[in-house]
Design a protein around this ligand. Structure first.
Ligand code: PLP
Length: 455
């Protein structure tokens, strides 16, 4: 480690235990410390500016410095900085936000508030169990998620997540949570197999799993409409239609995890609308408040809401909730965020500028390192390969994607390396066409430099 004296970097190394970081390596590299931000630009403690090509963690949808959100928070902090929703207590920000979310949603009836995506998906697991106990089906408890799916990091959420680093040495997944196949045609399609045949095979895999486990033991299937952290994987067009038919056949709840896709990321308000998904339960977070304050929600349709309510009547309570469920300041900011989406026609904007990202990246398809470019709306990934013909991956020890991401940083672009050497793009939804062009340009330069570095 270089001598950093009593600098913020050395104090960071000494005191901060970083999430999702190589804590040993961090002692050598130290942190990238951000100081302030404006629009889609963040500025580090040396004054270097970067386009936030990931909107933080796929979340700062309205970019930075949005005065209306700052005002909404300040006003609520003055009026009622805290109130809870336990034991039938309530407050207007939560009521208004719940009403608005239901009105926007594809068929949801009620909203349960939490603080993070993980809390929302964990709540889903408990709700699915509560629901089936209420219906007198105590064995119908298994949750099927997907390999490469991402649903968070709390114990049940991390169990549903289908990525190795969330399980290794954490003694996860817990019992009764399993993973079916990942609908990534480029990686898992068989030679000569078209996208639609592949989608049918994915639905067959799910049906086989349900039959092997026993349909009366399977409670729910959870999926992100477009997989995010697993590598921005867009399923074949008819995948969800085929999956839904299987779930309906065996009375298995469909849970759409909209934590990344929700609120315009894919070019529709919800990812469900992209693929005709009719969920029983939905989770939202991240862009719900443009990440200005933590808030998430599980939403349920009338069928689930009715069963849960009735059972809580029988037991005496729905014994679940967080101190900060529906926190009034977070709820006020979320409500203002949703108003801004509508007033500024965020969907219109996303669809107008998306070609700068999607077409811009697809122009790089012939680059020797590029295996696949995928995405829609303002979410995309470029997967790097060692061999374009065989689609062979690089040895993970080479850390090709992390190297590229570091080179992109030098060009003032923040991106994210994911497993399998895929580079993710998920900028603030307010980004302009020119800013997207700059982002793609910075990436393209980093791509060439990575190729040179490999030789
Ligand atoms: N679900 C999805 C689809 C996510 O992408 C994430 C986070 O990236 C989560 C759940 C977990 O959210 P959090 O990190 O807020 O707990």
């Amino acid at each position: 480690m270089t001598d950093m004296g009593n600098s913020p970097a050395s104090r960071d190394i000494a005191y901060v235990m970083h999430p999702y970081s190589n804590l040993e390596k961090h002692k050598e590299t130290g942190p990238l410390i951000l100081d302030h931000a404006e629009g889609v630009w963040v500025v580090d403690d040396n004054g270097k500016r970067y386009i936030e090509g990931m909107a933080g963690l796929w979340c700062a949808s309205l970019g930075y410095g949005e005065q209306r959100l700052i005002d909404a928070a300040t006003k609520q902090l003055k009026q009622l900085p805290y109130a809870h929703l336990f034991a039938s207590r309530s407050h207007n920000p939560a009521i208004d936000l719940a009403e608005k979310l239901v009105a926007m949603s594809p068929g949801m009836a009620q909203v349960f508030f939490a603080n993070s995506g993980s809390e929302a998906t964990d709540t889903v697991v408990k709700t699915a169990w509560f629901y089936n106990n209420a219906l007198g089906r105590p064995n119908k408890k298994k949750i099927i998620a997907r390999t490469k799916g991402y649903h968070g990091v709390t114990v049940a959420a991390a169990s549903m997540t289908g990525l190795p680093y969330n399980h290794i040495d954490f003694d996860l997944p817990i019992a009764n949570i399993m993973h079916t196949s990942c609908p990534h045609h480029y990686r898992f399609g068989q030679p000569g197999e078209g996208e639609e045949e592949f989608a049918s095979r994915m639905a067959d895999d799910l049906e086989k799993m349900i039959l092997e486990e026993g349909p009366d033991t399977v409670a729910a299937f959870i999926a992100e409409p477009v997989m995010g952290a697993g590598g921005v994987i867009v399923p074949p067009r008819t995948y969800f239609e085929k999956i839904q038919a299987v779930l309906n056949k065996y009375d298995v709840l469909l849970v759409a995890d909209e934590v990344i896709c929700g609120f315009g990321r894919t070019g529709k308000m919800f990812g469900c609308e992209q693929f005709g998904i009719k969920p029983d339960i939905m989770t939202v977070a991240k862009a719900l408040s443009s990440a200005y304050l933590p808030i998430s929600a599980m939403m349920v349709n009338q069928k689930v809401a009715d069963v849960v309510a009735k059972n809580s009547g029988k037991i005496g309570t729905f014994g679940h909730g967080y101190t900060y469920s529906g926190h009034p300041v977070s709820a006020a900011v979320a409500l203002e965020t949703l108003k801004i989406y509508e007033e500024r026609d965020i969907l219109g904007h996303v669809n107008a500028v998306a070609p700068h990202l999607q077409d811009g990246l697809r122009k790089l398809t012939d680059h020797p390192l590029v295996g696949e470019v995928r995405g829609l709306g303002l979410i995309a990934a470029v997967e790097l390969v060692a061999n374009k013909e065989t689609r062979e991956n690089f040895d993970p020890k080479l850390a090709v994607a992390p190297t590229l991401v570091n080179k992109a940083l030098e060009h003032g672009v923040i991106l994210r390396a994911m497993m399998g050497d895929a580079i993710a793009f998920s900028p603030p939804l307010v980004i302009t066409g020119d800013e997207l062009d700059m982002m793609v340009d910075g990436f393209a330069k980093a791509l060439d430099e990575t190729l040179a570095w490999l030789k």
